[in-house]
Write a protein that binds this ligand. Structure first.
Ligand code: ZN
Ligand code: ZN
Length: 243
């Protein structure tokens, strides 16, 4: 190996960890990505029973489909929500590091969690278009990418469906919602989204993609605008379900 090759190897090593990001165990050849099998096994999938509206997992034996207490008094503009796993542990950290730290090598893991749920719970024969939740332009510039757009692209490739990004856009720079309750989130998001060209969503069956579903306020605001723009139906899809 010459000096240049060595340098390249080292540079790649820096960019692309050879050890598990979370427990530092050396990754073996078969382990694609940057998280080892042991750490991946700690991820808790959203499995039945979960709320048919908001995908909130329910502890206990419920055999029929049900709507959780949180949703009972709410009317979401999306028909139902589908989420990959619980927003905790390595899932939560992966999303955070991907979004705010630009650790792009985590992207395929997030996409995998998303795709697995999407395969299991969505009939793709009945989906026309994938729509990512947009970021406000300034935020996108700062972050250099939109995580939902990244996830939508992976999803679109996997299920062979077109991604329509940019038509639904964010017209208001909302404050970060982490510290807000459901009602405050709703207020914060009022008139935050709009559709650029009337007609592009008319009659379409959409899958709307975001990284995390917490109260559902963001996805709901988007779904409202999309339905008003004539969308036939909207399924909300997120990598993780926050609780
Ligand atoms: Zn590990
Ligand atoms: Zn619910």
């Amino acid at each position: 190996m010459n000096a240049v090759q060595q340098w390249v190897e080292r540079a790649i090593g820096l960019v692309y960890p050879r050890n598990c990001l979370f427990c530092s165990t050396a990754l073996v050849e078969q382990e694609r990505g940057v998280i080892c099998a042991a750490c991946l096994s700690t991820v808790r999938r959203i499995e039945p029973p979960f709320c048919q509206q908001c995908a909130s997992p329910f502890a206990g034996a419920v055999t029929e489909s049900f709507v959780c207490g949180y949703c009972q008094n709410l009317r979401f503009a999306f028909a139902r929500a589908v989420c990959g796993c619980r927003a905790e542990g390595i899932v939560r950290e992966s999303i955070h590091r991907f979004k705010y730290n630009r650790e792009m090598y985590l992207g395929p893991h997030l996409a995998e969690w998303l795709i697995e749920a999407a395969r299991q719970w969505i009939d793709w024969q009945t989906v026309d278009v994938i729509v990512p939740v947009p970021l406000y332009p300034r935020k996108k510039r700062e972050r250099e990418f939109n995580q939902s757009e990244y996830l939508s692209t992976s999803l679109g490739k996997h299920f062979d469906r077109p991604v329509l990004a940019g038509q639904l856009h964010r017209v208001k720079d909302t404050i970060t919602q982490t510290a807000l309750d459901a009602e405050q989130r709703d207020r914060n998001l009022r008139k935050a989204f709009a559709v650029r060209r009337a007609g592009v969503f008319t009659g379409k069956r959409l899958v709307l993609v975001d990284d995390v579903f917490t109260t559902g306020a963001t996805l709901n605001s988007c779904a409202k605008v999309l339905r008003r723009a004539g969308a036939y139906s909207v399924i909300a899809l997120a990598v993780a379900r926050g609780t």
